[in-house]
Ligand binder design. Sequence first.
Ligand SMILES: CC(=O)SCCNC(=O)CCNC(=O)[C@H](O)C(C)(C)COP(=O)(O)OP(=O)(O)OC[C@H]1O[C@@H](n2cnc3c(N)ncnc32)[C@H](O)[C@@H]1OP(=O)(O)O
Ligand SMILES: N[C@@H](CCO)C(=O)O
Length: 314
Amino acid sequence: MPIRVDDDLPVKKILEDENIFVMGSDRAIRQDIRPLDILILNLMPLKQDAELQLMRSLSNTPLQVNISLIRTMTYESKHAPKGHLERFYTDFSSIKDRKWDGFIITGAPIEKMEFEDVEYWDELKEIMDWSEKNVTSTIHICWGAQAGLYYRYGVQKYELDKKLSGIYMHHTFHRKTPLVRGFDDIFYVPHSRYTGVDKDEIVKNPHLEIVAESDEAGPYLIIGDEGKNIFVTGHPEYDILTLDKEYKRDLAKGLNPDIPVNYYPDNDPSKTPIKSWRCHANTLYANWLNYYVYQITPYLWTEKADKKKDETAE
Ligand SMILES: CC(=O)SCCNC(=O)CCNC(=O)[C@H](O)C(C)(C)COP(=O)(O)OP(=O)(O)OC[C@H]1O[C@@H](n2cnc3c(N)ncnc32)[C@H](O)[C@@H]1OP(=O)(O)O
Ligand SMILES: N[C@@H](CCO)C(=O)O
């Protein structure tokens, strides 16, 4: 698909080299269509990796997608280059006075902290409150999913006995649900986290529906309020080598990590992993953009459109 990004964004060149269809602003302004406006709150420390991974995942649709990036202002990232953040990112106060078709809240390596101890927790709560009225559908990834399930629906996270790391087999429950349309009967997804969410709390909440799960990794795709909020507890967007880097990093730190499961051929970390989740990631994001964003978002999002939506909901 044509992803529209800033012409100078460094990952644009990488995406073009990979043959991902990226459209520069010159060509985009000459296509006479209404593009989707997608906002990404990037909470990952390795911001450019996350940009690249998400843009790849969003690239499998004929729709034109404008990507805008925001960061937190109450916590300053230590690892992201300052110049990059200043040039390509803005903050919540600059984007809050308009409507957005889709919104992505990324993961963050802070799942062992209490939510209330996260430095940007109040800011994130404000952003989540704002998104209820100003975004058509929000996807939350990994820690972002745990934070969203907790703040929006009161679902607790809990610490696992050990880090869940690897490529896990999943299945869907409701094959007719648009989010999982076209999925294979079983499919694989990376997970990499120290915490999980309480399945019983999700099941008993009438606003939430689990539509895909893994026997080992637990609930994976959860739909909130019919798609207004979507929670993805794994990392379908991860690159082939992301888990490898995390494993070797933890090994070097002396953390004695388990080898990520079902990842290296013959379970041998010296061998190059095989990417078995690309097709799943593409289908998931294409389904989200189509059924939960494009088909639902008003063409002209005005107060009139808001009123009509409220009337239909009543
Ligand atoms: C559960 C999930 O969502 S998984 C997704 C996260 N996965 C990844 O980030 C994988 C890649 N990350 C990494 O390899 C490592 O985090 C590294 C190498 C970048 C940094 O590791 P360390 O130096 O040990 O961690 P450090 O203490 O600096 O904190 C890491 C991140 O946690 C977050 N963080 C730490 N403390 C806080 C805090 N009090 N409040 C909010 N965020 C915090 C920040 O995002 C921080 O990175 P940033 O300042 O660059 O944004
Ligand atoms: N994916 C994360 C998990 C820890 O938050 C990492 O290994 O860096």
